[in-house]
Ligand binder design. Structure first.
Ligand SMILES: Nc1ncnc2c1ncn2[C@@H]1O[C@H](COP(=O)(O)OP(=O)(O)OP(=O)(O)O)[C@@H](O)[C@H]1O
Length: 291
């Protein structure tokens, strides 16, 4: 369904854009229907940039992102199948309009011919799907709803489209613990209906909770990826091990603690790219600076 092949993103920085920073470096992975893939890494590791490229909000410097075999284009038809939800649900709503205006905009863009009565029933049904009581949320302004209710409204909006892939970027980080679990359970339920989810998080425990596969990013590059059980149960890269043992420090800047002098996988081919150390479990060379 979604494929990233050798994707790199460089941003121009500096007063005249004369310098570049590589936010994402040669990243390849895929997401298939009915699967949650979690993208984890510390702050600044490139997670959101990957999400934004998939959503067509940032261009790709080199490599390719394809959806159902076709290059990603930020076009209306693409957004029928691929939607993004972000950390701060309040920023997705215009405070001067009632929150359900997001549904009116979907109707206007994608279903102008659907009669009002039928549309209203579809909206109510989508709201019930995300466990919201339509009578309690329709007609309200964003400030009259909680963060959890607004995140669910956004998921309901996505469900009204023919959505196949949801890019969920830190969507639970502003929610309290019990609402967070509710939203995660909702995503788990949606994946059983065939939805693919790219779950971007710096919270390892949440990624572990939901995802079949996990991709670990460091400084824009994948250092390890594979089945979540393998990555969490038998982490091969020192950086992954450091992440797993240092959860409270995840918001720190990039560190060099993971760089090591010798790497078990260097001679086995990891120096040339990700090495499949065991079936479905890939690791990068840990001598990062020298590889
Ligand atoms: N528009 C931009 N211009 C220049 N640099 C950028 C831009 N967007 C992101 N970056 C840089 O790219 C790197 C990756 O940023 P990104 O937001 O993707 O990281 P992240 O892993 O999502 O971090 P966080 O968890 O804090 O959101 C960072 O060094 C960031 O400063």
């Amino acid at each position: 369904m979604l494929r990233l092949d050798d994707v790199t993103k460089e941003f121009r920085i500096g007063a005249f854009g004369g310098k570049t920073v590589a936010a994402v470096r040669s990243v390849s992975f895929d997401v298939v229907p009915g699967e949650v893939v979690s993208l984890i890494g510390e702050s600044g590791s490139g997670k959101s940039t990957i999400g934004r490229m998939i959503l067509g909000l940032n261009s790709v410097t080199s490599g390719a992102i394809t959806f159902d075999g076709r290059p990603v284009r930020g076009a209306k038809e693409y957004y029928r199948h691929v939607q993004g939800i972000f950390q701060d649900p309040f920023s997705s709503f215009n405070p001067v309009f009632k929150a359900d205006r997001v549904f009116a905009m979907i109707k206007q863009s994608y279903y102008p011919a659907v009669p009002e009565q039928e549309w209203a029933e579809r909206v109510r049904s989508a709201l019930r799907d995300v466990r919201l009581n339509p009578d309690q949320v329709l007609g309200k302004y964003p400030h009259q709803l909680s963060g959890g209710q607004l995140q669910r409204l956004l998921i309901a909006r996505a469900l009204l489209l023919d959505i196949k892939l949801l890019v969920a970027d830190e969507i639970t980080s502003m929610l309290d613990a019990s609402t967070r679990i509710d939203v995660l359970n909702l995503l788990a339920e949606l994946k059983t209906r065939g939805l693919g989810v790219l779950y971007i998080t710096h919270d390892l425990s949440l990624g572990n909770y939901l995802a079949e596969r996990t991709v670990v990013l460091r400084k824009g590059g994948v250092v390890e990826m594979g089945l979540t059980d393998k990555v969490f149960g038998d982490p091969l890269h020192p950086y992954t091990r450091e992440l797993l043992s240092a959860v409270p420090r995840l918001h720190e800047e990039w560190g060099d603690a993971a760089a090591v002098d010798t790497c078990l996988y260097h001679e086995r081919g990891a120096a040339e790219g990700l090495l499949e150390a065991e079936p479905g479990h890939f690791v990068a060379c840990a001598q990062l600076e020298s590889c």
